[in-house]
Design a protein around this ligand. Structure first.
Ligand code: ZN
Ligand code: ZN
Length: 267
């Protein structure tokens, strides 16, 4: 993969909201130094699209195949067999997003938890990094990851990432010590979000990766608009202030973290 200063570890650029200008979006990202990204699939219907997108941009795009907790009831043995068939493809760097969402998720928590257990056990068998989505479910997430990943990752720093982190500083610290990277995105730039900045101050730059979650979660300068990967430097600037580091050091450290997370050695 080509090496840009920044790595956007979580995008949904195959969303129809980018149909009219996807190439321009990638070009705008490249101009500000966002040279690599991981495109995330929420359900099997997305998988062909994200794979095609990664194949179209082999220098800069990889993908992750997942089952968002909104679709947790679809996590059958047949689903897992289908995922296993795709997971070894060279474009696929992770399983995700998967997880727990008690805020808006239409699926009962017990069904979400059962699906997450099966998916995490599969990731461990397949030795594949994990992209976790978690909203208002950090206690249950912690219990389940401790069941399945109860020892440090062998020979590497991360089992996966808890993307769009929204838990407490204590949640973040526990997860970071247990081998989970912490994803930072637009909300860290919001003036009122001191608690989230405290999360990142507490865990420090060594476990943090940058992400936009485009088209969702725009940073402060574009709130209410469609988000895109060119927003990554604004997130980095907010973290530079939190850590009293230069923005270029934030770019370097978080991109190294992302390269290690997704096992892309070309740093
Ligand atoms: Zn998510
Ligand atoms: Zn997402």
């Amino acid at each position: 993969m080509s090496v840009g200063a920044y790595f956007d570890t979580h995008t949904h650029l195959t969303d129809p909201r980018f149909d009219a200008d996807r190439v321009e979006v990638l070009a705008r990202a490249a101009v500000v130094g966002v040279g690599r990204l991981v495109e995330i699939a929420d359900s099997p219907e997305d998988w062909p699209r994200v794979l095609a997108f990664a194949r179209a941009w082999p220098e800069s795009v990889r993908c992750a195949l997942g089952l968002h907790p909104y679709y947790a009831e679809r996590c059958t043995d047949e689903f897992l067999a289908g995922l296993e068939r795709e997971i070894g493809l060279p474009e696929v760097v992770a399983v995700g997003e998967i997880g727990l969402d008690y805020a808006r998720g239409p699926v009962a928590p017990d069904i979400q938890k059962a699906a997450l257990r099966s998916l995490l056990a599969a990731c461990r068998r397949w030795d594949k990094p994990v992209v976790i989505h978690c909203r208002e479910a950090y206690a249950d997430l912690w219990a389940i990851v401790q069941e399945i990943f109860h020892f440090p990752p062998p020979g590497r720093r991360f089992w996966g990432v808890v993307h769009c982190f929204s838990g407490t500083p204590d949640d973040a610290e526990s997860l970071a010590v247990a081998g989970w990277a912490i994803g930072a995105d637009g909300p860290v730039t919001y003036p009122k979000n001191a608690r989230l900045r405290e999360v990142f101050r507490r865990v420090g730059p060594g476990v943090v990766v940058l992400e936009t979650d485009s088209p969702y979660l725009p940073p402060q300068s574009s709130r209410g608009k469609r988000n895109e990967p060119q927003a990554v430097p604004e997130i980095a600037a907010a973290l530079a202030e939190v850590w009293a580091m230069s923005v270029s050091d934030v770019a370097r450290v978080t991109s190294e973290n992302a390269g290690e997370l997704f096992r892309l050695p070309e740093i």
